[in-house]
Design a protein around this ligand. Structure first.
Ligand code: NDP
Length: 281
């Protein structure tokens, strides 16, 4: 499995698991838990959740899935901006820990920029770190100007989680490189384009035809993930609600896209030529 290295020297698999919308349906619960456990078993040990997802239902389901596996997992959750005051992060982090059934988060992210001064949120995050409730903290949906503002406060940010897939590649113009230079890991969210049109695009089908994995012909989902993973210092966190999708996603790490593949994809999904504001979902 390809890896990314954090600024503290820790190495993580470059393919993790998202959990938005997980835990929302009682009938899919068992399958979702099995899928997360299969992912951990297969080496996708990073799990991304947030207090906002299903108002805590995602965190509760993740807690159930990792109850006997906590030490095998790199656990990431996020605080909602309106809760990101100094006192707010103390309270909301503890609530997340309770739902997750653990005593610590490996990484705690500010979900997006809100009204609380950044310096106050950073102070809250540092306190959580001092108290051992989180091991590291980071941000999400931070564009270049937000990251520059953060540079003026601290260099302790570990990760920036942003929308990145073939349909949204504006960050290639600046943010991805700038974060790489800062030593801030990029976590690419919605790397499968949320399972929408990206996966049925003719160019994706065309590229998939030229690749095999150990389980058979490559799929467009695997091409989408291999494309994100070609970037150094970038982790992809696809969400898979079934073991079938999960197994397919793991095998994406076997695929190396060729220069010809990349050219085909560039023609279908043009790389950015100028600064665009960071898109978010
Ligand atoms: P993804 O791009 O990961 O797509 C998920 C969708 O793709 C689901 O419908 C899933 O279906 C489907 N899928 C998964 N694997 C396959 C496959 N092999 N073949 C076909 N379809 C597949 O979208 P998300 O928006 O969920 O993004 C991933 C994660 O990123 C989130 O779950 C969340 O953790 C994080 N995120 C963070 C945000 C932020 O603001 N920081 C915003 C959005 C997401 P099924 O469930 O049936 O497997």
């Amino acid at each position: 499995m390809r890896t990314v290295t954090l600024k503290n020297g820790k190495t993580l698999p470059a393919l993790g698991m998202g959990t938005w919308n997980i835990g929302d349906s009682q009938s899919r619960r068992g399958e979702e838990i099995a899928s997360l456990q299969a992912g951990i078993e297969a080496g996708m040990t990073v799990i991304d959740t947030a207090e906002m997802y299903g108002s805590g239902r995602s965190e509760s389901l993740v807690g159930e899935a990792i109850a006997d596996l906590r030490d095998d997992v790199y656990l990431v959750s996020k605080v909602t901006p309106s809760n990101a005051s100094y006192d707010g992060v103390q309270k909301h982090c503890r609530a997340s820990l309770r739902r997750l059934g653990t005593d610590r988060l490996d990484l705690y992210l500010l979900h997006w920029r809100g009204g609380v001064p950044l310096s106050e949120t950073v102070r809250g995050m540092e306190q959580l770190k001092d108290d051992g409730l989180i091991l590291d903290w980071g941000v999400s949906n931070f564009d270049t100007d937000d990251m520059e503002e953060l540079d003026g406060i601290t260099d302790a940010c570990t990760a920036n989680q942003v929308l990145y897939n073939l349909e949204y590649r504006g960050t290639e113009f600046d943010l991805l490189n700038e974060d790489r230079e800062r030593g801030v890991m990029t976590m690419a969210y919605s790397p499968l384009g949320q399972g929408g049109d990206l996966l049925s695009h003719p160019a994706m089908k065309d590229v998939a035809k030229g690749h095999e994995t150990s389980a058979g012909p490559a799929t467009t989902a695997q091409i989408a993930l291999a494309w994100v993973l070609r970037q150094e210092n970038v982790m992809a966190i696809p969400k898979a609600g079934s073991s079938k999708h999960l197994r397919e996603n793991v095998l994406a790490t076997e695929i190396e896209l060729t220069p010809e593949d990349l050219a085909t994809l560039d023609r279908a999904f043009a790389p950015p030529r100028r600064k665009t504001h960071l898109a978010m979902i």
